[in-house]
Design a protein around this ligand. Structure first.
Ligand SMILES: NC(=O)c1ccc[n+]([C@@H]2O[C@H](COP(=O)([O-])OP(=O)(O)OC[C@H]3O[C@@H](n4cnc5c(N)ncnc54)[C@H](OP(=O)(O)O)[C@@H]3O)[C@@H](O)[C@H]2O)c1
Length: 327
């Protein structure tokens, strides 16, 4: 059985991309073979495509950390043939051939049954990015954030995680402030529910001061670096920041003052190794009380437009969610 896949190959000149025909027999071992209908584009895929060894070490490789499709062979009765399933994270798309191929084979303990209330297509408009936005909000709320806590700040707001976070927070009744580097996308952010927009430059102001005016009842941070800690310095007393990304840098220029004087928290967010039961719980929320109308977040992609979308993610130019349609 053959299928098409977007493949990255290491050459003497660098990393080359091509759409190739692959054989199912060459997929890694696993107990569930899935006919992938949709995948989506995440920042990590762009790192894989450019050969970042922290993401992918073995080439040729098919990236794609997200996949949604129909089981066509299974050795596990809990995900039988014909079941509609979603796979995000674990090793998918890192060193295991991922969702940019029309078939994937994975261990069954990476697989979540599609929750009722969410189509396969919707699950990939959300994808890892949207799931992570929900995970951030879920964790902030479990640490006390409510709509009474104060406005919630979202950094990297037009990106995948950021745009879903803005939309979901607004849907839940939060007042949302969005940080963006894209001066021409303010209307997009307002349409998602942001009531205040800050520039990246504003968020970089104040780096030398130990504390800044206390403004935020919570923060979803996708950027890291100096922006993350300026946001921590602006948290209201006892409030929290969910740290999930590093597009602006992995190092944090920090002091202990906000923790000692404002009782604030930085909460770590990982969507990759999150245990399957927790993944299922968050997906069920997204399919039920957190269900969004997602049409305004999608950029539909094909094999022909995928490579360009990956370049735009690397350049910080992606807006919303790029969804790869396999048929
Ligand atoms: N912890 C986890 O499990 C997890 C899961 C998913 C993603 N992530 C991480 O979250 C981050 C965002 O992922 P994504 O898929 O949403 O990526 P994305 O779609 O590329 O969005 C990132 C956004 O950040 C802003 N940005 C880009 N470069 C920047 C810079 N140098 N300084 C400040 N802002 C910058 C841009 O938005 P504006 O132009 O609007 O500012 C960009 O659209 C990545 O670091 C990713 O690895 C982590």
């Amino acid at each position: 059985m053959t299928f098409n896949a977007f493949q990255v190959t290491k050459t003497d000149e660098g990393f080359e991309r091509a759409v190739v025909t692959r054989d199912v027999a060459d997929l890694p071992e696993g107990d569930v073979l899935i006919d992938v209908q949709y995948s989506s584009v995440n920042f990590k895929d762009a790192l894989s495509v450019t050969g970042n060894p922290g993401v992918t070490r073995n080439f040729p490789h098919t990236p794609g950390i997200d996949a949604a499709g129909i089981v066509i062979e299974s050795a596990d009765a809990s995900v039988p043939s014909g079941a509609e399933v979603v796979v995000i994270g674990f090793d998918l798309g890192m060193n295991t051939a991922g969702g940019f191929g029309q078939k994937v084979r994975v261990p069954s303990d990476w697989v979540v049954r599609r929750p009722e209330g969410l189509t396969l297509h919707e699950s990939m408009i959300l994808g890892t990015a949207g799931f992570t936005a929900a995970e951030c909000i879920d964790k902030l709320e479990s640490h006390g954030m409510t709509t009474e806590s104060g406005p919630v700040l979202v950094t990297g707001a037009t990106g995948g995680v950021g745009s879903v976070a803005v939309k979901l927070l607004s849907h839940l009744g939060y007042e949302v402030a969005a940080v963006t580097g894209k001066a021409d996308k303010h209307n997009f952010l307002t349409s998602l529910g942001a009531s205040e927009i800050l520039s990246r430059e504003e968020m970089m102001d104040g780096g030398k001061r130990p504390l800044l005016a206390d403004r935020w009842g919570g923060v979803v941070d996708t950027v890291g670096g100096e922006m993350l800690f300026n946001a921590v310095k602006s948290l209201r007393y006892g409030c929290s920041l969910a740290a999930c990304g590093l597009v602006g840098g992995a190092d944090i220029p920090a002091t202990v003052f906000p923790f000692l004087l404002r009782h604030v928290n930085i909460l770590g967010i990982d969507s990759v190794e999150l245990p399957l039961a927790e993944k299922r719980r968050i997906w069920n929320r997204l399919a039920d009380e957190w269900k969004l109308d997602l049409g305004d977040l999608e950029e539909a992609l094909t094999f022909d437009t995928l490579s360009d979308a990956l370049d735009r993610i690397l350049a910080g130019q992606m807006v919303g969610r790029g969804v790869l349609h396999h048929s």
